[in-house]
Design a protein around this ligand. Structure first.
Ligand code: 7JQ
Ligand code: MG
Length: 214
């Protein structure tokens, strides 16, 4: 049977990356996507912005919405302080299966909890199921029509505290206009746009960083 793109990406990780070395996993995926097949990982240009936000936030508890193959999961987890935890939600079981193996190969599995399912279903369960109080950092990288819904849901569930950081991918391409409209006009957030490019292309894109003011 024909392999899928995530499976081919995983094969490239097994072939080119060193087990236990997160940076080599990130490099192997970026090489695969630049030289072989485009895939919707955040990529290296936006990834460096992600890295800087993670490092300056120094989060103890992180939520990632949209795991895909685990590229940004590995980037984030590799920068977390000891005992910090990253919960990542993925609704596509085939993508989740690949991501689990990418995360394991990178050697960051003990920092990561991959949950298969819908963000709308799991966000209300975060406190009871995973003992989460609030998230220090949320990386939004799933379906763009869920960004606003899930942000409001996190507010309602008391999952954000003063200083919590939301970082949203693809706010230009494919775009999340309703999310940008809300977050940039809300007195409860201080937002900043980081202009960049769509992963592995010259197309315009960017990340929106928003700090919850409580
Ligand atoms: O980073 C991303 C990029 C694209 C995407 C696809 C096709 C295209 F033409 C342009 C952009 C889709 C995404 C879906 N979820 C999360 N991240 C994504
Ligand atoms: Mg994305």
């Amino acid at each position: 049977t024909q392999s899928t793109r995530p499976q081919r990406l995983l094969a490239a990780v097994h072939k080119k990356a060193t087990r236990g070395n997160p940076r080599s996993v990130v490099k192997a995926i970026d090489e695969f996507c630049n030289q072989n097949e485009w895939a919707m990982n955040v990529g290296n240009e936006k990834g460096e912005i992600l890295d800087s936000v993670v490092s300056e936030t120094n989060p103890g508890c992180v939520l990632e919405l949209g795991t895909y193959c685990g590229y940004s999961t590995v980037r984030i987890a590799s920068l977390l302080p000891p005992h910090a935890q990253l919960i990542t939600l993925e609704f596509n079981p085939d993508n989740a299966a690949v991501a689990r193996q990418v995360i394991a190969w990178a050697g960051v599995a003990e920092k990561v909890r991959l949950v298969e399912g819908e963000s709308g279903e799991w966000i209300p369960k975060m406190k009871e199921q995973f003992g989460v109080k609030t998230f220090d950092l949320v990386f939004l990288d799933h379906w763009k029509n869920r960004y606003l819904l899930d942000t409001k849901l996190m507010e309602e569930c008391g999952l954000l505290k003063k200083g919590s950081v939301l970082l949203a991918d693809n706010v230009v391409c494919p775009g999340a206009p309703d999310y940008l409209e809300y977050i940039r006009n809300s007195p409860q957030y201080k937002s900043q746009f980081f202009k960049s490019h769509l992963e592995y292309t010259k197309a315009e894109d960017g990340l929106e960083k928003s700090v919850f003011l409580g």
